[in-house]
Design a binder for this molecule. Sequence first.
Ligand code: NI
Length: 194
Amino acid sequence: MRIRYRLLDLRLGAVSMAVRAILKMGDPQLLQVARPVTDFQAPEFREAVLDLRDTLAAVKGAGLAAPQIGIDLAVVLFGFDRLVRYPDAPSVPMTLLVNPVIEVLSESLEEGWEGCLSVPGLRGVVPRYARIRYRGRDEWGGQIDRTVDGFHARVVQHECDHLIGRLYPTRMQDLSRLGYTSVLFPELTDPSAD
Ligand code: NI
């Protein structure tokens, strides 16, 4: 049985807004492999796109995957100009990516700090492939095909992991480098920082 929460639902004419609750680590829905999207016009998918956008905007995060808001579809949303949570991160274009496939272009791994909206209050050092090509569809079924590196590559790997039921602590190699954001990065004052 799936329980869906709707914290805020404003309907203004044709405009609908829904900020959903974000599931936290321990919820079995975060451990599932997400279903691929087959119908880009399906109401279930269109609603998922809107809810991902509204929810990510509300929490000012770097990225969000559909399973994190209780939607069993292979959809992720990521991108930002500048982040309070990651002030040193370069900008990444706002991207809604459907049915993603990642190809590793360099076996070299880079370590970097990650947080997750489903693991609130914590940060950990996670190794990720330095350079990847990712392909998938945009929200209307158009092709996306990008070769990226650095933080962009990290964000995509983190978000796509949510579609195969993986949270970043399960990718860590040294759990001594997992800790509370408020202790590790006391200069980050955002009270909702993940
Ligand atoms: Ni996450």
